[in-house]
Design a protein around this ligand. Structure first.
Ligand SMILES: Nc1ncnc2c1ncn2[C@@H]1O[C@H](COP(=O)(O)OP(=O)(O)OP(=O)(O)O)[C@@H](O)[C@H]1O
Length: 245
């Protein structure tokens, strides 16, 4: 579904955020990208949804080679990907319903279909009763669930999430991860960038560990500061689930 082949990314000014990254996320797989602040996690996700372009290497997403994708193909690629951000990026001057419906409005669906699909997505995240509210009146966890409903409303086969539990307490964070697992169970591929190792290690998913823009192997985790361990344990012990993709 997603394949990085020796992908590097340098930003203008020359900073190399990713260095020869290779991995594959299989169809229907859920995995985490972890690593210290500045390791390149967000950059990796931005490359997948074409917010940024690789400097070198090959990146395949949903059948497209992103180095060769034409401008006309980009909307079709983006429709395959639902993106969830830590800070929700919701429009507070519109209702919860309108926020979630937005991708369908852009797609040009009719009102009846928009209503049906939007309410199905809100139901899935448990927010059907709040469709008329402004997002600003909701709790942080509820706002994140609105962001998730908006990301899944077009039924994309891939979900990308950048620190989706960053501002939430442990209970709400676990609920958000459960939602991702539910989407994954019905076949959606999910790639989540997260610092929250304590939570990640409770889930049966692979981890891609980035350190200074490079993927590191499990045996390197103790020898470089990945900054991923929320308890600051740098002993290098890794869980059974922690593996290189
Ligand atoms: N648009 C940009 N221009 C220049 N440098 C950038 C840009 N975006 C990111 N960087 C740099 O690239 C490096 C990787 O950034 P990135 O946001 O991918 O890291 P991250 O692992 O997601 O960090 P965090 O966990 O703090 O969000 C950082 O040093 C960052 O300053």
């Amino acid at each position: 579904m997603i394949e990085f082949q020796q992908v590097s990314k340098s930003y203008p000014g020359g900073y190399q955020a990713l260095n020869n990254v290779s991995f594959a996320l299989e169809n229907g797989e859920m995995a985490f990208v972890t690593g210290h602040s500045g390791a390149g996690k967000s950059t990796l996700l931005k490359l997948v949804c074409l917010i940024e372009r690789p400097t070198s290497g090959t990146l395949l997403v949903g059948g497209y080679n992103l180095s060769k994708i034409t401008d006309r193909q980009i909307p079709s690629l983006r429709r395959q990907i639902g993106m969830i951000f830590q800070n929700h990026k919701l429009l507070n001057d519109r209702s919860v319903f309108d926020n979630v419906a937005l991708p369908l409005v852009i797609e040009g669906l009719n009102q009846k279909e928009i209503g049906r699909r939007t309410r199905a997505a809100l139901d899935k995240v448990g927010l059907l009763s709040k469709e008329k509210y402004s997002p600003s009146t909701l709790s942080g966890g509820e706002q994140q669930r609105v962001g998730i409903a908006r990301a899944v409303v077009s039924k994309p086969p891939v979900l990308l999430a950048d620190e989706p539990t960053g501002n939430l307490d442990p209970g709400l964070s676990a609920e958000i991860m459960q939602l991702f697992q539910e989407f994954n169970r019905v076949g959606v591929s999910v790639l989540i960038a997260s610092h929250d190792l304590a939570l990640i290690e409770t889930l049966p998913c692979r981890q891609l560990v980035l350190s200074q823009g490079s993927i590191i192997t499990p045996d390197q985790i103790g020898s470089v500061d990945t900054g991923t361990n929320t308890t600051n344990d740098t002993s290098g012990q890794i869980s059974n689930q922690q593996a290189v993709l």
